[in-house]
Design a protein around this ligand. Sequence first.
Ligand SMILES: *Cc1c(COP(=O)(O)O)cnc(C)c1O
Length: 367
Amino acid sequence: MNRPMVPQAVPLLDLAAQNGPLREEVLAAIARVVDSGAFIMGPEVEGFERELAQSLGVKHALGVSSGTDALLVALMALGVGPGDDVVTTPFSFFATAGVVSRLGARPVFVDIERDTFNLAPAAAAAACGPRTKAIIPVHLFGRPATLPMTTVPIIEDSAQSIGSTPLAGRAGCLSFFPSKNLGAFGDAGAVYADDDAFADRVRLLRTHGGRPKYVHHAVGGNFRLDAVQAAVLRVKLPRLAGWTAARRKNADRYRGLLASASGLPAELVIPTDVPAHIYNQFVVRAPRRDDLRAFLTKSGIATEVYYPLPFHQQPCFRELGYADGAFPEAEAAAREALALPIYPEISPAQQEWVVSRIAAFYAGGAA
Ligand SMILES: *Cc1c(COP(=O)(O)O)cnc(C)c1O
């Protein structure tokens, strides 16, 4: 490749670049909520839910307070509680397993596939027993997971994969945390489903099980989506497809640059493309990962380790009784995975800089 251009800072994510052009539209949307006084539920939330359901190709999309609460209320809608097992991956954001324990159920971990970082589907199906109430596969980093073939209800953790593949499980859960492909201006999430009864149960549980108000059929929670967040998300949703296309293009550019960079170790594994991968993160497996990360930081390049500690090694899950070494692929991923900046607005020059610094690191750290 060409000589590296002028060193430049490369953040992991540049929200100002994304939000700047939307500023007037977003402020107008927020003003609409302020003027209406409808801060809880109301037309903005309903409008967003309608537009989101349409974009996902599902019957029901229900706005909730966060991606975590989307998973929590989805499991509540399945009746998950004490004595139940939920099969899931040991390698994800904490919420995926945390919600299971919060309901008094037991997370049962099954190792990931080496090539995809996702829950191994056949092993997940095989791990189901009479107490298994649900399986939660995660479409990690935006790459669709193959779902297990089973009659056990599947809740898809789509927090990082909005719109990548059609809903195939009982329900899907989205996060609009600002770093996700569709980010709100704060916490927000959604549950989506085709099943009318399931969606109705979520709808009931998200407002303390009250129907009508103050008559409670079930113990739910306050899992509502803010009207202000809904209004912001309505401005951003129509842009999502364009942002996703930009992420995919950026991933292709990284692949091209990395393929033509010289001196990279064979053990540096680049994500192969699958058409539905939407690259919430572009995660490589890197030998000497922590040294590489420190080197890139010194070069002004932000990276992140998703995730440094698998669930079975988390202090709070030690009581589940899994040994170190129980999930070798998850443990290897925790040692080797490194997320490079892949946000839609990153420039080709910035990506060239990232790759040239990776090459410099493996070449021996030359200036
Ligand atoms: C972000 C995320 C969540 C939780 O979403 P929040 O909106 O932060 O509560 C759950 N699962 C995965 C895989 C995530 O990436």
